[in-house]
Design a protein around this ligand. Structure first.
Ligand SMILES: *[C@@H]1O[C@H](CO)[C@@H](O)[C@H](O)[C@H]1NC(C)=O
Ligand SMILES: *[C@@H]1O[C@H](CO)[C@@H](O)[C@H](O)[C@H]1NC(C)=O
Ligand SMILES: CC(=O)N[C@H]1CO[C@H](CO)[C@@H](O)[C@@H]1O
Length: 356
């Protein structure tokens, strides 16, 4: 039964629904120029953090974005703790870091998909260096298949474990050390956290969770431990090369990886080179920026998603179907490491409008 009070509350909310957008619009128009000016001034008058002899812990450091972030910090004189599951590859990266001038690199073979692994990464770093200044959370898994192909959701729990819980648990273990050193958090989020991307349901959800978690944590920590979220668009990495979790829970390898890579439709967007991405992400962290989209043109899509989601959906659907699927065409045209195999059949995309 609706009470009189309920009716009045609904009425009050109704009034707000009418006038609030107007108030917001006026606020946006009046405050935006001031804020834009403040951002420019802040950028001009803030000195980037010196990384000389600072201890940086990087997860997912054996390849792709994490690897290049390690090189970037090496050039800046930081001391590194590199974490990944693949020990040999990690050693090779560490060797290159030394070549770039890093004075001390610790490699930690660990799985960020379980709690012990997260704890081990932080503990061994602090044991070795006696401190921790920057935690770069970057390890991640992706899936490239429609949700309905999945027989058992248990099989893809690993994505949420690594991409979300791994980040949360590592943050939990690292925070006391970061507080002590006046350190900072740097987090690899993805534009997938606000841009829907077909065949990436769980991945997309894990990224949205990361966004929500760290934006909230930011409010709690204030300036004690600054948080920089970087949101890469399509970047060349093992992930965009098709190394993805399968409906079976296994990793895609060989031909399957190549097929998955083609199916992902990553090829529609021009790939952003990984070293350049790492440079921008590290610069953003040194300026303690809160959130950077790299490359920045992706951020415009955020407004489309917010105000005209139908438009974005239309574009994504058309991308995956039809005779002249732009995915197919641009993938072939661009190459850039994302080239589909010659005999790849783009029409096979399951669950989408099939060609008659
Ligand atoms: C995170 O910690 C929780 C609580 O201890 C644990 O249940 C979970 O398995 C951990 N997950 C990861 C990925 O570390
Ligand atoms: C960081 O994001 C990019 C782009 O989404 C991805 O290729 C890379 O592997 C990332 N790591 C995680 C954890 O998403
Ligand atoms: C943040 C977020 O939810 N992003 C997208 C994840 O994917 C779904 C389904 O495609 C979209 O509706 C979301 O906008």
């Amino acid at each position: 039964m609706e009470t009189l009070k309920d009716t009045m509350l609904v009425g009050l909310n109704g009034v707000l629904e009418l006038i609030w957008p107007l108030i917001m619009l006026v606020t946006l128009v009046t405050t935006y120029p001031v804020l834009a000016l403040w951002r420019v001034l802040r950028r001009l008058f803030t000195f980037p953090l010196s990384m000389q002899d600072k201890v940086v812990l990087i997860t997912g450091a054996s390849s792709g974005i994490g690897e290049h972030i390690a090189y970037e910090y090496s050039r800046l004189g930081a001391l590194l703790a590199l974490v990944a599951r693949r020990g040999e590859q990690l050693e090779a990266v560490a060797q290159k870091c030394r070549g770039f001038g890093c004075k001390d690199v610790l490699t930690i073979q660990s799985d960020m998909g379980d709690e012990e692994g997260c704890k081990k990464a932080v503990d061994e770093t602090v044991q070795h260096f006696q401190r921790l200044d920057t935690l770069v959370l970057n390890a991640g898994l992706i899936q490239i298949f429609p949700f309905e192909e999945l027989e058992d959701t248990q099989k893809v729990r690993s994505i949420m474990d690594v991409n979300f819980w791994g980040y949360v648990n590592t943050t939990k273990f690292a925070l006391p050390h970061l507080r002590r050193s006046g350190g900072q958090l740097v987090v690899n989020d993805s534009v997938a956290s606000y841009l829907p991307q077909l065949k990436n349901t769980i991945y997309n959800a894990s990224k949205a969770a990361v966004s929500a978690f760290f934006e909230t944590l930011r409010l709690e920590l204030g300036s004690d431990v600054p948080i920089t979220l970087f949101l890469p668009g399509v970047v060349k990495s093992d992930m965009t090369d098709g190394k993805a979790v399968q409906p079976s829970g296994e990793f895609a390898t060989g031909d399957t990886a190549v097929r998955r890579r083609g199916e992902a439709g990553f090829g529609l967007f021009p790939v952003f080179p990984t070293p350049a991405l790492a440079r921008r992400a590290v610069a953003a962290a040194r300026y303690r920026l809160q959130r950077v989209v790299i490359p920045s043109w992706y951020s415009l899509m955020f407004y489309i998603q917010a105000f005209e989601p139908e438009l974005l959906q239309l574009q994504l659907w058309s991308q995956f179907s039809g005779k002249n699927s732009p995915v197919k065409k641009t993938t072939e045209m661009l190459g850039g490491g994302l080239k589909a195999p010659k005999d790849f059949n783009f029409k096979e995309g399951r669950g989408y409008k099939k060609e008659e």
